[in-house]
Design a protein around this ligand. Structure first.
Ligand code: THU
Length: 155
């Protein structure tokens, strides 16, 4: 019998400690809150994804009166990347919630990021952005260890 230990590592930093490029992306994710449609939960989430060609794609949560139909900010932004820039890979993802401490993506969104990392054959950088703190990490495995992916279907 083997005991397997899975370690995960995030960097906690303040907005001011970000480099200028990350500040720009974090700021864009905050501005993306304006795209949110959240009349039911009143919980706005903004997302900004930078691509390898430097383009930044924005998205935000889109709620529906039929609650289960709500789209998360991350999913709406990933769909925009895939449909508007189909041949360009993602570099970095910033997700903003208007709270002091950053919130992390739901399980559904973690699985979506896993799919895009597999599709694009690379791990992305992530910034979870709150009003005063940021969590930074590399690769969605950080939040979703032992993730299921298309590679499991083939093996
Ligand atoms: N939400 C996101 O946009 N991303 C997440 O990862 C978690 C939750 C949204 C969905 C809903 O519109 C609101 O936050 C409250 O759950």
């Amino acid at each position: 019998m083997n005991k397997l230990e899975i370690r995960t590592e995030l960097t906690q930093l303040s907005f001011d400690e970000l480099n200028s490029e990350d500040k720009k992306l974090a700021q864009a994710s905050k501005e993306a809150l304006n795209l949110s449609h959240a009349p039911y939960s009143k919980f706005k989430v903004g997302c900004a994804i930078s691509l390898e060609n430097q383009i930044i794609v924005l998205g935000a949560n889109q709620e529906n009166a039929s609650y289960p139909m709500c789209l998360c900010a991350e999913g709406s932004t990933l769909a925009a990347v895939a449909t508007q820039h189909p041949n360009i890979k993602i570099d970095k993802v910033a997700i903003h919630v208007p709270l002091e401490t950053p919130a992390s993506p739901c399980g559904f969104c973690r699985q979506s990021f896993k799919e895009y990392e597999t599709r694009m054959n690379k791990k992305f950088d992530y910034l979870l952005v709150g009003n005063s703190q940021v969590y930074a990490f590399h690769g969605i495995d950080t939040l979703l260890p032992l993730a299921f992916s298309s590679k499991d279907l083939i093996d």
